[in-house]
Design a protein around this ligand. Sequence first.
Ligand code: DLL
Length: 433
Amino acid sequence: MIFNIEYETMPREALEAIQLRRLQATLERVYATVPFYQEKFEKAGITPSEIKTLKDLQKLPFTTKQDLRDNYPFGMFAVPMDNVVRIHASSGTTGQPTVVGYTARDIGTWSELMARSLAAGGAWRGDIIHNAYGYGLFTGGLGVHYGAEKLGASIIPVSGGNTKRQIVIMKDFGPTILTATPSYTLHLAEVAEEMGVSFKDLKFKFGIFGAEPWSENMRQEIENKLNITAVDIYGLSEVMGPGVAIECYQAKKGLHVFEDHFIAEIINPETGDVLPYGEVGELVFTSITKEAFPVIRYRTRDISALNPEPCICGRSHVRMKRVSGRTDDMLIIRGVNVFPSQIESVLMQVDGVAPHYQLVVDRKDNLDTLSVLVEVDEKLFSDEVRNLQNLEKKISKDIKELLGVSAAVKLVEPKTIARSEGKAVRVIDNRRL
Ligand code: DLL
């Protein structure tokens, strides 16, 4: 056996007993080794020994991104630097990057979880994985890489970029699994088409996509274009990297959280109250096996919900709903709350509209304005101007009706919106300048 699959199908009671034991050990350790946690727990008037049940976790304070920033770069590490064998960092697009560390055992745990993730997404020994997640400080590339090796699959470490060469490699090496961000995947499809290569002639069977929000419609588009089964993988550097949760290819309905290593909660982002299963709120994670960089009740800002129902694949872990956006992604346009993913789902329902779009927010005369730039296919773009204008009006109307916000829709020529090799930039908010 390559890894301990029995953890995935374990009855709830047995799983929770393991979780509690691991949680208690983690709390004792961070209390003894990380001054930040010791102070925080003391302020809240609690010691690790008072955590006697999983529910008691709710007595502990949250950890936020700001806390990580305040302890930049290594202040939250729970082991001496001699034991840290790897460092990663988040991109820091919204300020100072957050820095995370791993011991050799952490790398082993992550590799095992990524091996389990790849298996859940359809990969196995004998598969060739074309890994187009970026290698470097970003956790995507190396996370998949170590998982693939652990699984015993063959990994092609192409990383992001040099797209034409990637298509040649796909043709020549015959990879069966594609791992990349969904937006870069669409770009790969586009470049393949330009080069006269059809995905239908390639050997891909499964794609494992994540690192950014993508809609159900986008999944369909990718599955059709690439002739594969596409699953959603989730993770974040602060909690580990990719491999915190993944959909199984059998159901493709919610992402199984690896609960033997992470405890997930959903909270109301305003009050901090824990919400029951099924309710939508902010995801909070506690890592219960990490050594170098454990996090206790880390507020991810990602929006999701948890579903405890058993899955047809046999896994017993709770499933999280695909992340629709982040609490800090939400745009407030003249008082109306809008998530980019909601606009995406409106756009994706229109024939001839490509999944390449950008939202531009401005403030003119003290009023917020939202423009939606979206590409249309060649055929549509060469249509009469009047028809294009009518379509723009129709999409604006749909957005207004469904989301209650006025948006100026502009259909643009194919390939005018910048392509990204990693996470797509969907929003340009000029109000922040
Ligand atoms: O994006 C880790 C990762 C790599 C996940 C490859 C999946 C595949 P960070 O760069 O730290 O780590 O960014 C984490 O990206 O808090 C979410 O907001 C977003 N995110 C990650 N996966 C998904 C997903 C990696 N499947 C942040 N759906 C997270 C929606 C996602 N958003």
